[in-house]
Ligand binder design. Structure first.
Ligand code: 6PG
Length: 465
């Protein structure tokens, strides 16, 4: 029996879509799905979706699946992140051979990926932590793919991954070698963090505009915006969502206002804390989701609130648009700075321009601004170093101030915009009140402080009492 080029484990939404994508590109493919835990039908259901032109073999026995692959084996694991990954690795290990390559295509934590890389290296197996973005449709038609691991492993899996990925504006594949260890999963995590803040900014604008406008009105405004430099996939789908009706009723209006999450946003925030990076926009967006989940409490308190006279203030949407542009720049800036710090810490040598490039298509945060970002990182170390971006931020300051004041007048929670503006104020302020923090630390804990105008940077302690 001829051997397959690659195998996929897990035929859930993402696994099955990627499998069809791989098979459609002409690769001989083996797929495996477990039969336990109510999944006896999964493999046969998947095979019904394939056609005769596809060279696919299905398995429910891991050993047979592994044996069906050409060596070195290339196995894409598409199962839920967490302990299940370790479980499937352990179950497969006895059947694997030196040099085989396991690719984890889920949203695994980068530290778990680092650990698996080291563990499997001892077993002489290569482990590739691979970010995949684009949801079901992306996986099927062309996702953005972010593989980390050794360069040698990448060279062996590249023909398949590069063939199934989306294409950028110049026809190049939206898949690139990211770096060693968990770097692929790290950048996918940051991608999701940026995604959280991009979504939250749109949600806050929707909340503000909803005070005086219908969903259709807002869709109209967003459609105009989407024809300009601030166009993005997330803006595009938001327009569709605002317009969607069932039985004459807006679907959006029927959706309970409790936002879920699967953890990557809070992972990005925790990573920023660990690395000393500033990511106030991602964290405020995570907290906005958490606050939304306290629905009962919100409901009770909102009833207790004394309703004063209405303070509705009509919003100038061109001002809001400038504020949105400003906040998106800060969001991307914080996300890319986070990747830069991680790159330094872990010696990953991340290429930010190339990361921006593979995020211009296939992924959830693809946008016109991501296109611009490719060039910015070819010439600068960060967004703010770019003269055009700096000018944009400076000239949008009035707009963001005004938009925040609209939110106050209308009593609309606007934390992501606040975070963007506060960051900008602080990062452009020469003297912050951190001198007082240092004095307080020294007062109660003798933590010492440095002095202004002391080139030596020595540490002093004062007897405060
Ligand atoms: C993507 C998405 C994808 C998924 C997230 C959503 O890039 O395709 O980011 O990974 O939609 O898991 O995360 P939450 O459930 O936390 O919003």
């Amino acid at each position: 029996m001829s051997k397959s080029t690659i195998g996929v484990i897990g035929l859930g939404v993402m696994g099955s879509s990627l499998s069809l994508n791989i098979a459609e590109k002409g690769f001989a493919l083996s797929v495996y799905n477990r039969t336990e835990q109510g999944e006896a039908h999964v493999l046969s259901d998947f095979l019904k979706r394939t056609d005769e032109s596809m060279n696919i073999k299905g398995f429910t026995e891991l050993k047979n699946f592994v044996d069906s692959l050409e060596r070195p084996r290339k196995i894409l694991i598409m199962i839920k992140a967490g302990n299940a990954i370790d479980g499937v690795i352990e179950a497969m290990l006895p059947f694997l051979s030196e040099g085989d390559i396991l690719i984890d295509g889920g949203n695994s934590h980068y530290l778990a990926t680092n650990r698996r890389v080291t563990y499997l290296k001892n077993e002489k197996i290569n482990f590739v932590g691979c970010g995949v973005s684009g949801g079901e449709e992306g996986a099927r038609r062309g996702p953005s793919i972010m593989p980390g691991g050794t360069k040698d492993s990448y060279a062996k899996i590249a023909p398949v991954l590069e063939a199934i990925a989306a294409k950028d504006n110049h026809g190049k594949t939206c898949c690139t070698y990211v770096g060693e260890e968990g770097s692929g999963h790290f950048i996918k995590m940051v991608h999701n963090g940026i995604e959280y803040a991009e979504m939250q900014l749109l949600a806050e604008i929707y909340a503000l505009l909803s005070v005086t406008k219908t969903n259709d009105d807002i869709a109209q405004i967003f459609s105009e915006w989407n024809k300009t430099d601030i166009s993005s996939y997330l803006l595009e789908i938001t327009i569709d969502i605002l317009q969607k009706k069932e039985n004459g009723e807006s679907v959006l209006d029927t959706i309970l206002d409790k936002a879920g999450n699967k953890g990557t946003g809070s992972w990005s925030t925790k990573a920023a804390f660990d690395l000393g990076a500033i990511n106030t926009m991602m964290s405020s967006s995570v907290f906005a989701r958490y606050i939304s989940s306290f629905k009962d409490q919100r409901k009770q308190l909102s009833k207790k609130l004394k309703k004063g006279p209405s303070h509705e203030v009509t919003v100038d949407t061109s001002v809001l648009k400038n504020a949105y542009r400003f906040a998106r720049v800060v969001n991307h800036h914080q996300g890319f700075e986070l990747m830069k710090l991680a790159s330094k810490e872990f010696h990953w040598h991340l290429n930010l321009s190339e990361i921006a490039r593979i995020w211009t298509n296939g992924c959830i945060i693809r946008s016109e601004f991501m296109e611009t970002s490719i060039n910015i990182f070819k010439h600068n170390d960060n967004y703010i170093e770019d003269a055009t971006i700096l000018e944009l931020l400076m000239s949008s300051e009035e707009a963001i101030k005004k938009s925040i004041s609209y939110s106050l007048s209308n009593r609309v929670a606007f934390d992501a915009f606040w975070s963007a503006y506060n960051y900008w104020i602080a990062i452009t302020t020469e003297r912050l009140p951190a001198n007082l923090i240092q004095a307080q630390r020294d007062y109660f804990g003798a933590h010492t402080y440095q002095k202004v105008n002391d080139p030596e940077g020595q540490f002093f302690h004062t007897k405060w009492y």
